[in-house]
Design a protein around this ligand. Structure first.
Ligand SMILES: Cc1ncc(COP(=O)(O)O)c(C=O)c1O
Length: 362
């Protein structure tokens, strides 16, 4: 038996979350966001599970898109950052991938390229995020320019990204919707996309033709400090107790001696640390489930281990099961205590954590 640290990917939770997306947007097409190894859940496993139930997939870069092509995914695969070098265009064209165009440099290179087949393009408009994308005015001129080019397939699609949809009180989302809607109308766009998970759940006016769910597919809420019980955690991060020892009043536990035992007590050691993706900034008191019951983390998170206070689990033994996040202990709660978001926890899952699926075939 090797180290007990493992992430189990719950396929039925993924399917339930996708159904939840569909219930929110029954008319829209769904582009499942599976970039960054499907937010740490494993691209192959996630994409194969939902391949027949979504209308497309979104990834960050060509390498990620090719991984999906290797699975014989037939739906559109959209590369959100487009391309970085001219020589990617021949592969993109051959593999019939979609690209998001968001800079003048990309437009210049694409319109000069010699390609066997025209490429499907999503023009990215900057409606308020001020990160990637053309200004609304430039979007109109770029649209008119690329329409003339036979390297580009019709129809040209339009997309933008929401900056503050996770804040239900922000005015920015409706401002972005207004700018986007005007362009969609003016350019007579046939297929437009704006909504991420927060847009799907909280902002019906953002839905347009295609939605782009990421985090909600994996069962975490896009809204800070809200645990959405209608979503089911897909990642179950598990380990076990590898030591239970008696410590005495005044004993300091872990690096920096930051936590001192107030009395004689059992202290458990769990085989997970920041090298596995458990956040180093998780403070004393962060909950961990030992035998299904909450116990507090104590002292600093080490590279390979954490320590817990077992006073409310006096019968806990080496080998007892531990859940770091998953059903009964939302990743959002651990993330919030550690000053981050569930997205980062999932994406940071360490490569040495064994990953398997609740469905033996995947
Ligand atoms: C362009 C784009 N669309 C959609 C998403 C999905 O967002 P979420 O995971 O919040 O649903 C992302 C994620 O970062 C993104 O970059």
């Amino acid at each position: 038996m090797t180290r007990p640290t493992q992430a189990i990917i719950d396929i039925s939770a993924l399917q339930a979350n996708l159904l939840h997306v569909k219930n929110h947007v029954p008319q829209q097409k769904i582009m499942a966001v599976v970039k960054a190894n499907a937010y740490g859940h494993g691209t192959v496993r996630i994409a194969s599970t939902i391949a027949n139930e979504v209308d497309g997939f979104a990834v960050c870069c060509l390498e990620e898109a090719l991984q999906l092509r290797d699975l014989h995914i037939e739906q559109p695969i959209i590369i959100l950052e487009g391309f970085f070098h001219l020589d990617e265009l021949a592969i993109i064209s051959k593999q019939d991938l979609h690209i998001v165009l968001s800079t003048a440099t990309q437009v210049k290179q694409l319109t000069k390229a010699k390609l066997d087949k025209p490429i499907n393009v999503w023009l990215k408009v900057d409606t308020g995020m001020h990160r990637l994308g053309f200004t609304p005015k430039d979007t109109v001129s770029v649209y008119q320019l690329i329409q003339q080019h036979n390297q580009i397939s019709a129809p040209i699609r339009l997309m933008s990204h929401l900056a503050c949809a996770d804040d239900l009180n922000s005015d920015i989302t409706e401002q972005q919707v207004q700018i986007f809607s005007e362009l969609v109308k003016y350019l007579k766009i046939e297929e437009a996309s704006l909504a991420n998970s927060a847009g799907i759940l909280g902002w019906p006016t953002t839905h347009f033709d295609w939605v782009r769910p990421g985090i909600m597919l994996y069962g975490a809420s896009p809204f800070p400090n809200i645990i959405d019980k209608t979503l089911q955690p897909v990642m179950q991060l598990k380990s076990s107790l590898i030591s239970v020892k008696r410590c005495y009043k005044g004993d300091a536990v872990g690096y920096g001696a930051t936590w001192v035992c107030p009395q004689t007590m059992p202290v458990g050691v769990i085989a997970i640390g920041y090298a596995d993706g458990y956040p180093r900034h998780a403070p004393t008191g962060t909950p961990v489930l030992v035998n299904g019951k909450r116990v507090p983390l104590i002292g600093r998170v080490s590279m390979d281990m954490i320590t817990v206070d077992l006073r409310n689990q006096p019968n806990a033994r080496v080998g007892d099961p531990v859940l770091l996040w998953g059903t009964g202990l939302p990743a959002e709660e651990i993330a919030s205590l550690s000053g981050t978001i569930a997205y980062e926890l999932f994406c940071n899952l360490g490569s040495r954590v064994k990953k398997s699926s609740s469905d033996k075939l995947l």
